[in-house]
Design a protein around this ligand. Structure first.
Ligand SMILES: NC(=O)c1ccc[n+]([C@@H]2O[C@H](COP(=O)([O-])OP(=O)(O)OC[C@H]3O[C@@H](n4cnc5c(N)ncnc54)[C@H](OP(=O)(O)O)[C@@H]3O)[C@@H](O)[C@H]2O)c1
Length: 246
């Protein structure tokens, strides 16, 4: 992997996702929030409704190392229904990296689900070591979960959720792994501070596949500034910061 901006040198996913200190940038009252997405060159977030055809081995390494940089990893219910999520920290090496940088060995998993229509047998929800917050508008509870689950009954109020994560759980940094619908609501609420976007050199076309931000229109286009750019195996690894005038 080769870093192209802000300077030219060799790099690696492990280095790109180390010592980012995202939590130090947290504004008052909520965590700092970064999105991590992969897309085709025409902005599509899926091939046949999955990310599998877009994400290379190198991208998977970056994906897992980026998780080490946040107190919490957040995901929308649509993504959970499409992708089989398991425990957030996959290896002892990743756990050690988190701890060496002063974070808990496991990030808090945050699931956003208005209707609480989630597969209870999802490996993430059956992992006893995993702490999970389910943010929902529903009153129900999911049956027979083995993970350590709290419910935050925040309706669809994402700013309230962010405030509760900061206050109640000490979360200063959130990595959100989508999906496109949740991304649009986070952007509309001005809760997104950064975007990590891997560009996989494919074109998919058509109107069916979601782009990386779908769901609702943004009142104003979000403006982003490039922080870094790397190339590896033909993919471009980009990091963007949301402009201040949001
Ligand atoms: N390329 C990538 O990097 C990437 C990343 C992630 C996902 N994906 C793909 O994207 C697809 C899924 O995306 P998606 O847009 O359909 O789903 P999504 O954004 O993951 O989840 C949407 C769901 O999240 C809940 N939600 C979102 N905002 C909410 C709010 N403000 N309050 C309460 N609940 C809220 C709702 O859950 P309920 O329906 O439970 O009410 C909503 O239906 C999958 O095919 C997945 O493979 C791609």
């Amino acid at each position: 992997m080769r870093l192209l901006l802000p300077e030219r040198r060799d790099t690696s996913p492990e280095e790109l996702a180390a010592g980012l200190r995202l939590g130090e940038r947290a504004p008052p009252g909520r965590p700092y929030l970064a999105l991590n997405m992969v897309s085709t060159l025409d902005g599509k977030a899926t091939i046949d409704w999955r990310t599998k055809g877009l994400s290379t081995e190198l991208d998977r390494r970056l994906f897992h190392h980026l998780r080490t940089q946040a107190d919490a990893v957040m995901v929308g219910a649509g993504t959970l229904r499409a992708e089989r999520y398991g425990r957030m920290t996959k290896t002892d090496e990743l756990r050690a990296k988190r701890e060496a940088e002063g974070r808990a060995g496991e990030p808090l998993a945050v699931i956003v689900s208005g209707r609480l229509d989630l597969p209870a047998d999802l490996p993430l929800l059956q992992e006893p070591q995993q702490r999970v917050v389910i943010a929902t508008g529903a009153d129900a509870v999911l049956p027979d979960l083995r993970a350590q689950v709290d419910y935050l009954r925040v309706g669809d109020d994402l700013p309230l959720l962010m405030g509760r994560l900061r206050e109640g759980y000490g979360v200063r940094s959130v990595l959100c792994e989508g999906g496109p619908t949740l991304n649009s609501f986070l952007l509309a609420a001005s809760l997104v501070d950064e975007l990590f976007l891997t560009l996989n050199p494919k074109l998919v076309g058509g109107a069916a596949a979601l782009t990386i931000v779908a769901g609702r229109d943004l009142v104003e286009p979000a403006e982003l500034e490039l922080v870094s750019l790397a190339e590896g195996g033909g993919d471009l690894y980009t990091r963007w910061r949301l402009g201040r005038a949001r």
